[in-house]
Design a protein around this ligand. Structure first.
Ligand code: THG
Length: 290
């Protein structure tokens, strides 16, 4: 099962026989007050630094979320998509809860985008899936109903089936163009909630072979030592079938944990990527030593 994303000049393939797809989470104003103020004033310059930092550490796709209260989100997202595409060739994940903003982003995007996201609600699917089809994009789907986030894997599986059936039978999408988000929630809120995510990932992989992504930083929210928790969560999720994550791509500890898991799970034959990254670090170190 391969999900293809692209920019004007670069293609990325997500699949369970591919290196894990690292989607950089950073271009998102949630919890960043200064960035929110800048965006409100129409200043998008921080995005250029966010792109550079994520690209340098190994992001393969970039998530863009422009959800700032009291702004024209469609206009902001349109500008952000254009800006990011002018400085990097990585494909983009267009992240918004506002349908008009998703449409604005898609309308200027060059390539095959990832739309983030739909839920299992009929009205949400009816608004967004025809657009995904029209723009030949792929889409992230959350097994959520109305306002309820199901706490059991069984319910998440039922909603996943509903989404896949609806997207394929009613809106003519291919299963490989639906990326399921099995819902990663803070471990601090419930000691069993990450086990529920692992069970959901395992069963979706078994039953549908679908590609999946999660907001990986969610699991450590409110805990100390977030980076270690994130760097442990991801390889464990990879062993049960997670194929990508919207994650902190700027922290080497987390990215290296994912790359080591790729190697150990047979997605980096002969350690070619692992060894090449090591050599590149050696060269960079040598160059910076006087
Ligand atoms: N699923 C899907 N999409 C998503 C999420 C998901 N998009 C948004 C979010 N969840 C994933 N993105 C982020 C982005 C940033 C952080 C977490 C998730 C984050 N930010 C720092 C914090 O809150 O501590 C603040 C940033 C800073 O100040 O440096 O952790 O689950 N489909």
């Amino acid at each position: 099962m391969h999900t293809r994303l692209s920019s004007a000049s670069k293609e990325v393939t997500i699949g369970d026989d591919q290196p894990f797809c690292i989607i950089g989470e950073r271009i998102n104003p949630t919890g960043r007050r200064l960035f929110q103020e800048q965006l409100r004033a129409g200043d998008l310059s921080a995005i250029e630094r966010d792109v550079a930092a994520q690209v340098a550490q190994g992001a393969m796709v970039l998530d863009i979320n422009m959800g700032v209260p009291l702004t024209d989100e469609p206009a902001l997202l349109r500008r952000a998509v254009k800006l990011v595409q002018s400085i990097t060739d990585l494909p983009i994940c267009i992240d918004s809860s506002v349908v008009e903003a998703l449409e604005a982003g898609l309308s200027v995007y060059e390539g095959r985008a990832l739309v983030n996201s739909i839920t299992a609600e009929d009205d949400r699917m009816a608004e967004i899936l025809p657009m995904v089809k029209h723009y030949n994009a792929a889409v992230i789907a959350l097994p959520n109903d109305h306002d309820e986030i199901p706490m059991e894997a069984d319910k998440r599986l039922v909603l996943t089936k509903k989404i896949l059936d609806t997207a394929v039978d009613k809106y003519g999408l291919a299963v490989e163009d639906i990326i399921i988000d099995p819902l990663a929630m803070p471990i601090g809120a419930d000691p069993n909630i990450v086990n529920v995510a692992y069970e959901t990932i395992h069963r979706i992989h078994d039953e549908y072979g679908a590609n999946m992504t999660v907001g990986a930083s969610n699991v450590s929210f409110g805990m100390p030592g977030r980076q270690t928790i994130n760097a442990t969560f991801l390889p464990m999720a990879m062993t049960v079938g997670l194929t990508s994550a919207i994650m902190d791509a700027r922290t080497p500890q987390i990215v290296e944990a994912v790359k080591a898991a790729d190697l150990l799970l047979g997605h980096d034959e002969w350690g070619m990527a692992w060894i090449a990254a090591h050599r590149a670090r050696q060269v960079a170190e040598k160059a910076s030593t006087p």
